[in-house]
Design a protein around this ligand. Structure first.
Ligand code: NAD
Length: 396
């Protein structure tokens, strides 16, 4: 890896060939010149073979073979949360950089361990979500930093839903240790807030499981985790807000994410996605302004991405049916990490941020359990914003 040169492609190996691997592989094998997916692995070899064939990869391997393969520089860990720590550590100890699906690990101590192991070996490790690199949240960041809503005061973050068994083909893991709405959906919201407004300082929370038995397909499972969280966070800037994460709510009109400032309100697009409309309510004019999203969908996308004219043609040909880009650009963070290895610059997805997010996520359970405010031990810097005038899928 020492010999990685400019213009060289980073060799990527995927571990975990399940539901989410489909979109990663689609994007990683289509949109990025700075990496090449060399091989895949799964604890079930037949799944790895299937994935290898479907995406035309050169090899399917065992996990041990993949982490020691000399053509692989960066391991993308798409296994279930309960396996993240073990697979991440294995990859680091074999000398590979690691991009992990969220969360990086299930406890702060484990996340710390991984960060230390990576630092010792001068490797990069970090975890999803990478949605904060999308046009939606990058636009929010720019507008907040420009002072469009004045000084941020507070926020509300709400992911209240009936649970993933309504759509996920193998949803049992969401009700095992490491599952639940805070560990599963919290990462999108907490990462959005931290990258927009800065690190978390204090967490308080009440939490419970509203439905102890759930039907996953034909099977009844017992919930082992909290599934209804009513939390509050204070950020290091003094900004405060509530965080409601639930798999126990059948329906709701709560906004996903709103940020309140001295001059206005920002309605943030879905932090689980890369695009979406950014709306600002201007307190002086007492009306909604749509600074970042005027005009037709094309104008809006061009403005949000700061696209050049040619970009529109690419969008049309890539997404003919919907005529607007799908906002599932998962893998963008992997490409950013690959570029950071090539350019020897900091990766926007990194151990400091991912570790801080794991601590914040687990803080909700700790605060609820202890009936006390949790004081955060870690902190982090906001990752660099993306530059303007990028083409779709372009990064720098
Ligand atoms: N499904 C989604 O829509 C979605 C969206 C965003 C993020 N994620 C995240 O992606 C990760 C995977 O979720 P999924 O929905 O793809 O799960 P999944 O169960 O569909 O797939 C996980 C795959 O990992 C394999 N695996 C598990 N443990 C392993 C181990 N120790 N070694 C090798 N292979 C192992 C399984 O055999 C399976 O093929 C989770 O962290 C989840 O939070 C999922």
């Amino acid at each position: 890896m020492e010999g990685i040169m400019k213009n060289q492609r980073i060799g990527v190996g995927i571990i975990g060939c399940g539901t989410i691997s489909e979109i990663y592989l689609t994007n990683l094998t289509t949109h990025f010149k700075n990496l090449e997916v060399v091989a895949c692995a799964d604890m079930f070899p037949e799944k790895a073979v299937q994935t290898q064939k479907k995406f035309g990869l050169s090899r399917s391997l065992t996990v041990e073979e993949l982490v020691t393969d000399k053509n692989i520089d960066l391991v993308v860990n798409l296994t279930i949360p309960g396996a993240h720590y073990e697979v991440n550590m294995k990859a680091l100890q074999a000398g590979k950089h690691v991009y992990c699906e969220k969360p990086l690990a299930l406890t702060y101590d484990e996340a710390n361990d991984l960060a230390e192991e990576a630092a010792k070996r001068e490797l990069i490790i970090g975890s999803a979500p990478d949605t904060f690199l999308g046009a939606g949240l990058q636009t929010c960041r720019r507008l907040i930093d420009q002072g469009e809503i004045g000084e941020p005061i507070g926020f509300t973050a709400n992911l209240v839903s009936p649970g993933h068994e309504l759509w996920h083909p193998a949803a049992a893991f969401y009700y095992e240790t490491g599952g639940g709405p805070m560990m599963d959906m919290g990462p999108y919201y907490i990462t959005a807030l931290v990258t927009l407004l800065g690190p978390v300082d204090k967490v308080s929370c009440f939490a419970k499981s509203g439905r102890k038995k759930r039907m996953i397909g034909q099977q009844e499972v017992t919930t082992k985790v909290n599934t209804h969280y009513t939390g509050i966070m204070e950020l290091s800037t003094g900004v405060t807000g509530n965080v409601n994460m639930s798999f126990d709510v059948w329906d709701s009109d709560l906004p996903l994410l709103e940020i309140y400032g001295t001059k206005g309100v920002m309605r943030v697009p879905d932090p689980n996605m890369f695009g979406g409309q950014v709306t600002i309510f201007d307190g002086d004019k007492m009306r909604e302004t749509v600074e970042a999203v005027k005009g037709t969908p094309f104008d809006r996308i061009m403005k949000m991405h700061h696209c050049k004219e040619e970009c529109v043609k690419k969008i049309e040909s890539l997404y003919p049916e919907e005529n607007i880009p799908r906002s599932n650009m998962r893998g963008f963070g992997v490409a950013d990490m690959a570029q950071s290895i090539i350019d020897k610059r900091p990766s926007r997805i990194n151990a400091e941020v991912s570790k801080h997010i794991v601590e914040a996520l687990t803080a909700f359970d700790q605060a609820a359990q202890n009936g006390a405010v949790y004081l955060m031990k870690s902190t982090c810097k906001r990752p660099e914003s993306l530059p303007l005038a990028l083409e779709l899928w372009e990064l720098s």
